[in-house]
Design a protein around this ligand. Sequence first.
Ligand SMILES: *[C@@H]1O[C@H](CO)[C@@H](O)[C@H](O)[C@H]1NC(C)=O
Ligand SMILES: *[C@@H]1O[C@H](CO)[C@@H](O)[C@H](O)[C@H]1NC(C)=O
Length: 362
Amino acid sequence: MSAVSPRPLRFVLMVILMVALLSLFHCRPYSSSLPALRCAALENQVQNVDWSRYAYIQYVTGTDYLCNSVMLFESLHRLGSKADRLMVYPEAFSLKGDDTSKESKLLRIARDKYNVKLKPIHVQRRLGIDDTWAESYTKLLAFNQTQYDRVLSLDSDSTVLRVSLITDMAAPSSTPLTQGFTQSMDELFVLPSSPVAMPRAYWLNPHDRTLSSHLVLIQPSKFEFDRVMEAINNASSNDYDMEILNNLYKDSALVLPHRPYGLLTGEFRGDDHAAYLGNKLETWDPYRVLYEAKFLHFSDWPVPKPWLSAPKHLIEDKRPKCQYNPETKEEDNCDALEIWLEIYDDFKRRRKAICDSEGDTA
Ligand SMILES: *[C@@H]1O[C@H](CO)[C@@H](O)[C@H](O)[C@H]1NC(C)=O
Ligand SMILES: *[C@@H]1O[C@H](CO)[C@@H](O)[C@H](O)[C@H]1NC(C)=O
């Protein structure tokens, strides 16, 4: 028999194997021994994700929302999101280079600056139905985009967080950060398969378990598209996309955590945050909530959407109040107010920069 005892031999073999594995999977983009490109290819191979099978999707029916959608794509572009970006727009909007209309300019900006794929469609309207309904109904056509395995529909009257806002606002150092700064919502595309995934409308009666349609992850298919179309044709005029989706998927959808995927701006105005936090024990820390959220929807009735002007007295009346501060024994904790005002200012600034370029007026 050999003089080498089996135990040290096994150890040496293990070390050799581990070094071999590490050198295979460990990417060193700055080292010369493994070129960055090959390293990236390796990472892709390991993750095995073909991002062209997925898309962030926006259905646009009018000019206000076209601008919001372009803003949303600008955020995703800035975050370096990997999935495709698809905008479906009314065929009446022209793309021609000499068309100086607002719509045409915005579409070209989306395509040329933010890498958005554009797809014209014939917008269908049901007779006697208002525009809000058409808007809401068009969103459901995402089930028809079967060239993708999965599409993520995001309501455009929203802010994708961790872009401009967060880096501009210095949080108190006591605020613990749970995750990194820059990230898109790409991780949703690789969730376990399900026809539909949505967060809950946490602000409604929890016993109804209503799903919110501000963010919907859809697996397009002919089967589901036919079901959705039938439900649309059956729907009454008070049934919007949210009712239709709840009727069809309430008991079968994959439920996404509303924290961090479905925060409402109105949360910063409220007093009771147990529904958002998911428990009654946690202390409400507005900065922490802002930092962990990824998707923030503007919903502050009666305060109007951020691109509409609001009477000054309404804002002063409805904006968040400063809270009692146990240290100073005064109502001087104004975190929620600061955040709320900045959320609106940030949206207005971006809208001006992105949609009002070339001296246009909105
Ligand atoms: C669904 O997609 C098909 C194929 O792209 C298209 O011909 C059809 O018009 C679409 N239906 C609607 C209602 O958009
Ligand atoms: C639509 O209405 C028809 C006829 O009333 C009914 O048979 C069908 O189940 C309804 N479909 C949906 C999806 O509600």
